[in-house]
Design a protein around this ligand. Structure first.
Ligand code: COA
Length: 156
């Protein structure tokens, strides 16, 4: 597996991984309506826009994108870590998260926060993140989903 900066031509693959990841890995934690609203607002162009303002990295295996991570350094926030369902459970998420944390540390940040989807709270806790409160994360004009605000000190 390699981790590299996302490129504009990855946008469609990022969108596919994102939608599939939500549909398959968040099921059971969110209602069908919530998952529909969450995935419906996603589109390839959104990742191109994110590349301009955030750090976006992709995991690639045999030429295929198997996951991605997004860091908003200005807000000291991990915006996303999503892994393709077929690639889950073999270290892709941990590798992406470690890369984002290293980028933040190298950029001089001491702390990071994120809003973990309920299914991912244990994953982040496993990597040293601490829950600090429940939040509602808007995923459309009228729908918001429960998430857990978490934080981690990334400076030595
Ligand atoms: C959460 C997610 C990113 C984890 O990615 P992954 O590649 O499957 O995770 P990894 O294989 O790197 O797992 C790393 C460690 O975390 C643990 N872990 C992974 N997912 C977990 C989960 N849902 N609950 C508990 N532990 C989990 C693994 O057991 C592993 O532990 P180990 O090192 O002791 O073996 C992935 O399941 C995903 O994309 N979920 C849907 C999208 C999502 O909710 N993203 C977060 C948005 S905030």
């Amino acid at each position: 597996m390699t981790v590299r900066a996302a490129r504009v031509e990855d946008a469609e693959a990022l969108w596919r991984v994102h939608v599939a990841s939500i549909r398959r890995l968040c099921v059971g934690w969110y209602s069908r309506d919530e998952i529909e609203a969450w995935t419906a607002r996603l589109a390839p162009g959104g990742y191109v826009a994110a590349m301009a303002t955030h750090a976006l990295v992709v995991a690639e295996e045999a030429g295929a994108v198997t996951g991605f991570g997004e860091l908003d350094a200005e807000r000291a926030e991990v915006v996303a870590v999503y892994v393709a369902p077929d690639a889950a459970g073999r270290g892709v998420g941990a590798t992406l998260l470690a890369r984002l944390e290293a980028m933040a540390r190298e950029g001089g940040l001491a702390w990071l926060t994120l809003c973990a989807s309920l299914n991912a709270e244990a994953f982040y806790a496993r990597h040293g993140w601490r829950p600090i409160g429940r939040e509602r994360h808007p995923v459309g004009d009228t729908v918001a989903v429960d998430c857990v605000r978490m934080e981690k000190r990334v400076a030595a």
